[in-house]
Design a protein. Structure first.
Length: 303
């Protein structure tokens, strides 16, 4: 296997692991958010995530070094992608369904792809554009339940917040991509988890102290599991994937996250998932496969 192919395979496997973890996260997070505030939830989630990554570093012995000249940049990136993004997304999740949140976030690939093309001068093939269009058609069919003339993405304030979170996430990955050649993904991910935990401790410390005694053992188990997997490990896997793949490549896999969010929302919360929705997910999966396979010719749209 050629070095480029090995790097692409590593990146793909890491991103798949991350989006699988994130896809299952939304319904379980919604259960906990019925009991405690987003800030209290994030203190535990990010604290556990930071501890997980620093313990992982003891095993892997990766460099955690960040040059002084980049401290401000890394802090601002974390504030946008961890603090602001999570506050907006979780506030939205409290007001809308896990399924709606997952499907609105499928707008991430086109938004992030366009920003990567414009700001990072990444090359985008016509094949990827066609695959993205197919996947977005599948999303439209799913959201509208087959009636495109009645398509309505935004139904409440929670949906609006989910839409806003697309901007914060896209800005985060563009900023992150520009520095990943210089640093270990583990260093960035661990620092951002810790930064988020500290920030939310300042924002919601008093509320956290009041709310923690109300949590059941089941809710603690969910939150700690979310801290280990969809937070600590998944952010590390995502950052590792971003180091090896382009922004549009990595963003395409967010369609898989949305599918898993719907399936888990149906299984855990009893949210709707019909045969038509299943057929629409098949269209989405085909679009992602078409965009990412290398069997076809590659005319390029050059940034």
């Amino acid at each position: 296997m050629q070095p480029d192919d090995k790097a692409r395979l590593t990146g793909t496997l890491c991103v798949l692991a991350a989006v699988i973890a994130w896809g299952a996260y939304f319904p379980y997070a919604k259960i906990v958010l019925e009991k405690i505030s987003p800030a209290s939830f994030l203190i535990i989630r990010l604290g556990v995530g930071a501890a997980t990554l620093y313990l992982l570093n003891l095993y892997l012995r990766k460099s955690l070094r960040i040059e002084r000249r980049d401290w401000l940049f890394v802090v601002v990136t974390g504030l946008i992608g961890i603090v602001i993004h999570q506050l907006i997304q979780l506030a939205g999740l409290k007001e809308t369904s896990a399924t709606n949140t997952g499907w609105i976030l499928t707008l991430n690939p086109p938004v992030a792809g366009i920003l990567g093309w414009l700001l990072l001068k990444e090359r985008v093939t016509m094949q990827k554009v066609v695959g993205l269009a197919i996947a977005m058609l599948g999303v439209a069919l799913l959201i509208s339940k087959g009636h495109l003339s009645e398509l309505s993405l935004i139904r409440n304030w929670g949906d609006t917040l989910a839409l806003i979170s697309i901007g914060t996430w896209s800005i985060y990955i563009i900023m992150l991509k520009s520095r990943l050649k210089s640093y270990e993904p583990l260093a960035i991910s661990a620092f951002h988890m810790l930064l988020g935990c500290v920030a939310f401790s300042v924002i919601g410390g008093e509320q956290f102290v009041r709310e923690i005694p109300t949590m059941t053992a089941y809710e603690w188990t969910i939150t700690i599991a979310i801290g280990i997997l969809p937070s600590g490990l998944a952010y590390y896997w995502w950052t590792t994937g971003l180091r090896h793949l382009s922004v549009i490549d990595i963003s395409m896999f967010l369609f898989i996250e949305a599918i898993l969010a719907s399936v888990t929302g149906w299984a855990v919360l009893g949210e709707e998932f019909t045969v038509l929705m299943a057929l629409a997910t098949a269209v989405i999966v085909f679009g992602v496969w078409f965009a990412e396979t290398r069997r076809f010719s590659k005319p390029e749209i050059v940034g």
